[in-house]
Design a protein around this ligand. Structure first.
Ligand code: HSE
Length: 308
């Protein structure tokens, strides 16, 4: 059995507005991972690109922890005690584009391939959700496309689909990080039925309009009352950037995951994408935030092995 594998995992954008902790999509930006399992107890981790300076390269490394998790599940942790891990990262760190999900899914997927695909994809989803705590980033990283996930105490389920509306994604990446923990701390313990209904209806409308290809109805489907209003204070100018994106031609915009990235949704064929990116960048600058613009599409494959 080979003891080295290379896998590619897409970055993700969770929530998509109203689908807090439930909806997600995979983007055409990728982290690559090369894993070699060794019998000896030594760990070498090499990181290039995003996070090269701040991701731990010892036992705390999340790729390694995910590899260990899978080895333990397969009862192979005594056979393989060490590893060499090489990461080529393009997904910005702590920005709301699922960089930790890529690490978790990459570690699980690579270790699973090296064990002869002992576990099925939905089992990797359960493991990844257990490590991450919620499924909305790990699900699209595994399956690709647009994902709807449900989580109950002992079970996670995901349906992935490719929307009839072909989307282009314009992402504004602010020059400051924001931890998911900090962005969850500002959320209220309880919400009103009115706000819950606001979100249930919009998340449902978003999925229905993507599946039906309804350009008209999708415009009203990105609103949210459960997390964005509370997180706005952590991201200067958030609602103004949303407005600027819509004014420049986007169908809608939302916080990407827990932020601070903001994501605008356009039709793939729409030529306004450059203007939308410039408008978002300008509006952020008006609030003294420097932001880089990424022009992305929807990844359709999810995590997969790279054959060289
Ligand atoms: N659904 C999560 C949140 C995504 O918004 O907190 C963060 O990874």
């Amino acid at each position: 059995m080979a003891n080295t594998v290379r896998v590619r995992v897409p970055g993700t954008s969770a929530n998509c507005g109203a689908g807090f902790d439930a909806l997600g999509l995979a983007c055409t930006i990728y982290n690559d991972l090369k894993l070699t399992l060794t019998k000896e107890e030594n760990l070498t981790i090499v990181i290039r690109g995003e996070g090269a300076e701040n991701i731990p390269t010892d036992e705390r490394n999340i790729v390694w922890r995910s590899v260990r998790y899978l080895l333990e599940k397969a009862r192979a942790d005594k056979d393989y005690r060490g590893a060499r891990i090489e990461m080529d990262n393009r997904v910005p760190l702590s920005r709301g584009l699922g960089s930790s999900a890529t690490a978790i899914v990459g570690g699980l997927k690579a270790a699973n391939v090296l064990l002869g695909n002992r576990f099925k994809r939905h089992e990797l989803l359960e493991f990844a959700t257990d490590i991450e705590g919620h499924p909305d980033n790990v699900a699209p990283a595994i399956y690709g496309g647009f994902t709807v996930s449900t989580l109950s105490r002992h079970h996670v389920d995901t349906l992935s689909f490719l929307p009839k509306l072909k989307l282009r994604l314009v992402v504004a990446v602010p020059d400051f990080p924001l931890s998911t923990r900090a962005a969850r701390q500002v959320l209220p313990e309880k919400v009103t039925v009115k706000d819950a209904v606001y979100n249930v209806s919009r998340a449902s409308m978003l999925v229905a309009s993507l599946l039906r290809g309804d350009v008209h109805r999708i415009r009203g489907a990105f609103g949210d009352a459960l997390h964005q209003p509370y997180r706005a204070k952590l991201i200067p100018g958030m609602f103004d950037v949303f407005r600027a994106a819509r004014k420049a031609g986007a169908l809608g915009a939302s916080l990407s995951g827990a932020g601070p990235c903001l994501i605008a949704y356009l039709l793939e064929k729409d030529e306004a994408h450059e203007a939308v990116g410039e408008a978002m960048q300008r509006e952020f600058l008006a609030h003294e935030v420097n932001a880089q613009i990424l022009q992305l599409g929807l990844d359709t494959k999810g995590a997969h092995v790279l054959h060289s």
